[in-house]
Design a protein around this ligand. Structure first.
Ligand code: HEC
Ligand code: HEC
Ligand code: HEC
Ligand code: HEC
Length: 450
């Protein structure tokens, strides 16, 4: 019979077995101490990484074989990896969104929202991420890193500590490929000083961190431009859908994250006593159709689809208004029939190419720019995008004369919306000091007079 006192079983047999258990525990403690001191000598860094999503929220579904990505599957894979290794770091090279066609803006919003749900530790800023302007990114509060771009929204670096390992992430925006350096980063916001970056990384390294540098450049170029002595992990450009194997170059592990959200890399790094990479194991996680969508992303996806549908219906409605000839703005071609000579003159002015200059700097989707480089943006019947309202790109007659539908319908008897405006007021809508510092009416008017 055994007696229980305060939960302890005091029978002889149980005391013996308890002693055995204590001994076994001591032994395992000793083993653990030995083992963990070995671990201390060789700490491990677990890192999940991914690269460009390039605006692809979900696989297109056009072909099974090309169907390798999408944020819903991404969430499934990343959740599984986190379940197996809770202290894993997650770093993205950025390049999340894309702005080649006007339809991509809504998708971009939902990519940012979806990426928020994936809870990355650090995300590099690439030029494509700035395609809709910086304010566009703000609501999603992603852990952006842009070391050489001064910004209240992007951190110059991020240091994250997990399981005793300090990871310091830096990101370089290549000044040579800046799409609109002149327009946006002219106020000394973009630094071209590679030495300053190297110094920041050196400081983090000597402070005991494992350092990560995110770039979009080929390895050969990074090696030429930067001293990589203090960089443990370097992200370089990957070919479009062509992924290179990770390589240890000197003491730097070089990774190519890839494109179109098609894969997630996982790397387990063993550090030596000098806190440098001793060895690494690399695994690629692909996301073919048999990877299920994460249920936790369902609501996000349903909301996205509902918005896409609503936007489509809105554009159909808009199209119908344009087709019925009842939109307030008609476009310059609608004036040309009766005002041939004015039209011919206008065609020779810079106004008739004002949208192209936005395209040249990859800003044709930014509302902050479109407003002065197209007709009637934000107004009923005005410019929406260059698919639906192609006839309203550039600065045209109706920017200065006002919406002309009624004037056209009445064969010129109804006055235009801005009829009677003095020239100063007409030009002053756009030629404001910030955007046109050289503007003098007496010099500018003769250049467009018609
Ligand atoms: C069907 C022919 C026709 C079309 C199309 C037409 N106009 Fe006119 N417009 C006229 C006629 C006729 C007059 C002269 C009316 C008058 O003097 O009373 C006129 C006068 C004007 C004037 C000078 C008077 C004023 O109101 O300032 C401007 C500016 C003008 N048009 C701009 C435009 C613009 C911009 C468009 C395109 C949106 C356009 N017109 C389309 C026939 C046309
Ligand atoms: C308030 C109106 C306004 C806004 C907003 C505006 N622009 Fe302009 N933009 C102008 C005017 C006016 C000019 C012509 C300046 C001149 O030549 O005096 C111009 C000229 C330009 C040029 C031609 C420069 C050159 O050297 O030929 C570019 C490029 C340009 N804008 C890009 C942008 C971008 C990008 C944005 C958004 C960030 C933007 N603009 C927003 C009014 C505007
Ligand atoms: C950048 C502004 C601007 C643009 C663009 C513009 N106009 Fe004008 N237009 C003016 C101003 C300002 C006047 C008034 C000139 C005056 O008072 O001397 C004017 C005058 C006119 C007149 C009256 C001419 C006259 O002899 O009284 C017509 C017609 C006209 N514009 C048609 C057009 C048409 C058609 C287009 C497009 C193909 C066009 N304008 C584009 C600013 C503009
Ligand atoms: C709706 C906005 C808008 C209005 C209104 C406007 N402009 Fe412009 N203007 C622009 C933009 C944008 C450009 C730059 C186009 C480019 O570089 O392709 C420009 C360029 C010009 C240029 C060429 C400058 C150069 O670099 O050679 C002249 C001249 C000019 N505008 C005169 C005028 C005058 C005069 C008026 C008023 C009668 C006027 N504009 C009204 C937007 C406007």
């Amino acid at each position: 019979m055994s007696r229980r006192i305060g939960g302890f079983d005091l029978s002889k047999q149980s005391v013996l077995s308890h002693l055995w258990r204590v001994r076994a525990q001591c032994l395992s403690l000793i083993l653990y101490a030995l083992f963990s001191s070995a671990l201390n000598a060789e700490p491990v860094v677990d890192l999940i990484y991914s690269g460009n999503i390039d605006g692809e929220l979900e696989p297109c579904g056009c072909s099974e074989t090309g169907n390798m990505g999408g944020l819903k599957r991404h969430a499934t894979v990343i959740d599984r990896l986190r379940a197996a290794t809770p202290d894993v770091f997650a770093v993205s090279a950025g390049g999340l969104i894309s702005a080649f066609t006007a339809n991509e803006k809504l998708t971009a919003e939902y990519i940012l929202k979806g990426k928020q749900a994936l809870a990355y530790d650090a995300i590099g800023v690439q030029w494509s991420d700035l395609a809709y302007g910086e304010p566009f990114l703000r609501p999603y509060a992603l852990p952006w890193v842009a070391t050489n771009l001064a910004s209240d929204q992007f951190a110059p670096s991020r240091t994250i500590t997990k399981a005793g390992v300090k990871l310091a992430v830096f990101s370089w925006l290549d000044p040579q490929t800046a799409p609109d350096a002149a327009m946006h980063f002219g106020e000394n916001r973009l630094s071209t000083d590679g030495k300053a970056l190297v110094e920041e990384i050196r400081r983090a390294k000597t402070g005991g961190a494992v350092t990560v540098l995110l770039t979009t450049l080929p390895y050969a170029q990074v090696k030429d431009e930067f001293d990589l002595n203090y960089v443990d992990i370097l992200f370089v450009k990957a070919g479009y859908e062509v992924f290179g194997e990770p390589k240890l170059e000197g003491r730097t592990l070089v990774l190519q994250p890839g494109s179109r959200g098609m894969r997630i890399g996982q790397v387990t790094i063993m550090l030596d006593r000098g806190n440098r990479i001793a060895s690494f194991e690399h695994t690629v996680h692909l996301m073919p159709p048999d990877v299920p969508d994460a249920p936790r992303m369902e609501a996000w996806y349903a909301e996205y689809n509902a918005k896409v549908k609503a936007a489509y219906e809105e554009s159909v409605k808009h199209r119908a208004i344009i087709d019925a000839g009842s939109a307030a703005y008609v476009g310059a071609m609608g004036c040309a029939t009766c005002h041939q000579s004015q039209y011919k003159t206008w065609e020779t002015t810079k106004h008739s190419g004002a949208y192209h200059v936005l395209m040249d700097v990859n800003k044709a989707f930014d509302p902050a720019c479109i407003v002065c480089h197209t007709v009637g943006f934000g107004e009923e019947g005005g410019f929406v995008d260059d698919l639906l309202t192609k006839h309203l790109v550039h600065v045209q007659c109706e920017n200065c004369h006002g919406a002309g539908r009624d004037h056209v319908k009445s064969a010129g008897t109804e006055p235009l919306a801005k009829s009677g405006w003095p020239k100063e007021q007409v030009c002053g809508q756009c030629h404001v000091p910030k955007h046109s510092p050289e503007f003098r009416l007496e010099e500018y008017w003769p250049r467009i007079s018609h």
